[in-house]
Design a protein around this ligand. Structure first.
Ligand code: TXA
Ligand code: MG
Length: 337
């Protein structure tokens, strides 16, 4: 299949909507990362998403709708707590999990009784939802296991020849995926930290349950692990220590004959000497680091490095999502103890 890659003009949006109505898959920008969309009510269309990404069939998809008023078409009753979350965070980098009423294709929910729904806040995503008139099941538009795409180039690198079309809307803003919140119980549970922070949710709801602490979720890579996530081509190690410790680790690998890539914030990176460096922004502005993170992970795929050493960031605010992704991308941590 030839993959059409085009700027998201009115004409291109019309064509992309027609592809979707014909049960093809289309990649499009959202404010978080690029998504790979298909008609969420059509089993054959949704199957093409799983096929193009190589995604395990037991991992459910997020359904994107144009307007939060459409959530009721796909869910059982919406509690006052859920409605509050919807009113505050949609449209935006926020996904709500509610009881499904069975209106989307069974593979979208991977057979679960719940459905994940999001209202994206990006002009191209919104125009596509409107023009197609469809709810769009859309995971991140990367090959399963790789970092999510934040530019049309990333999507094209991963999926060319496997999908009908990529709509180019420039680089995404948030750079990390939406926060996934289970609102089926009395207290909302954050299943995946993301663009909306725990503090922001707490300011609306009062109390939320948290994902497992970082130490428990940061599993070292092992052959038996079922799914890998966000992995660059070269192994990544998270460095926990000061500047001197970081430089010492770089030297240690270089002396063993390895080419070392470093991913770090501006003030640190200018003091480090490595084979390749990617500056992910100002340490005091973690929103900027989040926006650059996946770009940075993919940057090293085009450089000849044997491994990547990454700075660790404070797991607060958006830093919680940054560290969640880095921990999953990492083969291991190297601590100064
Ligand atoms: O920002 C985003 O959320 C992006 C853009 C494209 O919207 N999408 C995205 O989709 O990140 P994906 O498929 O890469 O991640 C969806 C996450 C997965 O961790 C999946 O397991 C979870 O949401 N999920 C989906 N439906 C669920 C459900 N019913 N119950 C629990 N988790 C669910
Ligand atoms: Mg993904």
């Amino acid at each position: 299949m030839r993959t059409e890659r085009t700027q998201a003009t009115t004409e291109a949006l019309r064509k992309a909507a027609a592809y979707l109505q014909n049960h093809e898959v289309v990649a499009f920008p959202t404010e978080t990362v690029y998504g790979l969309g298909a008609d969420a009510t059509n089993e054959a269309a949704v199957a093409k998403i799983f096929q193009a990404k190589g995604r395990p069939s037991d991992n459910p998809l997020i359904v994107h709708v144009h307007d939060s008023n459409q959530i009721k078409y796909y869910t059982e009753e919406i509690s006052p707590m859920a409605q509050q979350l919807i009113d505050h965070f949609m449209p935006g980098p926020f996904t709500i999990i509610l009881k499904s009423n069975g209106q989307v294709a069974p593979t979208v929910t991977a057979g679960l009784s719940t459905v994940a729904i999001r209202v994206p806040d990006h002009p191209v995503a919104r125009a596509l939802l409107k023009e197609s008139g469809l709810p769009l099941a859309a995971p991140s538009a990367n090959v399963s296991g790789k970092p999510s795409p934040t530019t049309a180039d990333h999507v094209y690198d991963d999926l060319q020849g496997r999908i009908a079309c990529v709509l180019d809307g420039g680089a995404t803003g948030v750079g990390l995926e939406s926060t996934v919140v289970d609102a089926t119980g009395e207290i909302p549970v954050i299943l995946r930290p993301g663009g909306v922070t725990k503090q922001e949710i707490e300011s609306v709801i009062g109390s939320v349950k948290l994902p497992k602490p970082l130490k428990e979720t940061a599993q070292p890579k092992s052959p038996g692990m079922k799914y890998n996530h966000y992995e660059p081509d070269a192994p990544l190690y998270l460095i926990e220590g000061d500047k001197a410790f970081f430089q010492q680790q770089i030297r240690r690998y270089q002396q063993a004959g390895h080419k070392v890539g470093v991913l770090a914030s501006s003030s640190l990176i200018e003091q480090l000497d490595a084979n390749e460096k990617y500056n992910c922004g100002n340490h005091d502005n973690l929103r900027e680091v989040a926006a650059n993170l996946y770009f940075g992970l993919r940057y090293f795929n085009h450089k000849s490095v044997d491994l990547i050493l990454s700075e660790s960031f404070p797991a607060e605010g958006i830093g919680e999502a940054i560290m969640n992704r880095l921990a999953k991308a990492a083969t291991d941590r190297i601590k100064n103890i």
